[in-house]
Unconditional design. Structure first.
Length: 158
């Protein structure tokens, strides 16, 4: 069975709502079920989401299939800060295409090693990164979520 072509483009100013929807959706299906009520209460303020989207702006790379935005990636220097794919876009190769594009752009910019993080509960992401050649470099408390999570730092030679 063939899949429709995945196209990539940089986010435009009018994509803010799409970026927020992707981030909110992946928060709800990946993180929310694992957060304590206290951590959830702290995250109810949407200003941080709006500020993040405003900060990454047009530096985010979006993945579309048939004109529908289904995923995004954002990196800064050698650090891949965000890879998110909507549930409807998963298992369609979107994350791999986004990662290929980011790693290629990083190589072209002279970056020799890519870094990224995920948490220990996110075994799907861990398997994905390990299959792409990332190696675990460190583990430390995830202070962002106030949840007791442990973050894994991965690195890959480019």
């Amino acid at each position: 069975m063939s899949h429709p072509a995945i196209s990539l483009r940089h986010a435009r100013p009018d994509d803010s709502a799409k970026l927020q929807a992707i981030l909110q959706s992946t928060y709800e299906d990946t993180w929310l079920p694992r957060l304590s009520p206290e951590a959830i209460a702290e995250r109810q303020d949407t200003r941080s989401l709006n500020e993040y989207v405003a900060r990454i702006g047009q530096d985010a790379l979006l993945a579309e299939i048939d004109g529908e935005v289904l995923g995004m990636i954002y990196w800064n220097g050698d650090f891949i800060d965000a890879v998110h794919v909507l549930r409807a876009g998963r298992r369609r190769g979107i994350a791999g295409v986004l990662m290929d594009a980011a790693e290629d752009a990083m190589r072209k910019a002279g970056v020799q090693r890519a870094r990224l993080e995920t948490d220990t509960f996110n075994t799907g992401s861990q398997a994905f990164y390990l299959a792409r050649g990332y190696v675990e470099m460190d583990r430390y408390p995830d202070l962002e979520w106030n949840s007791g999570f442990t973050t894994i730092l991965y690195e890959k030679a480019l």
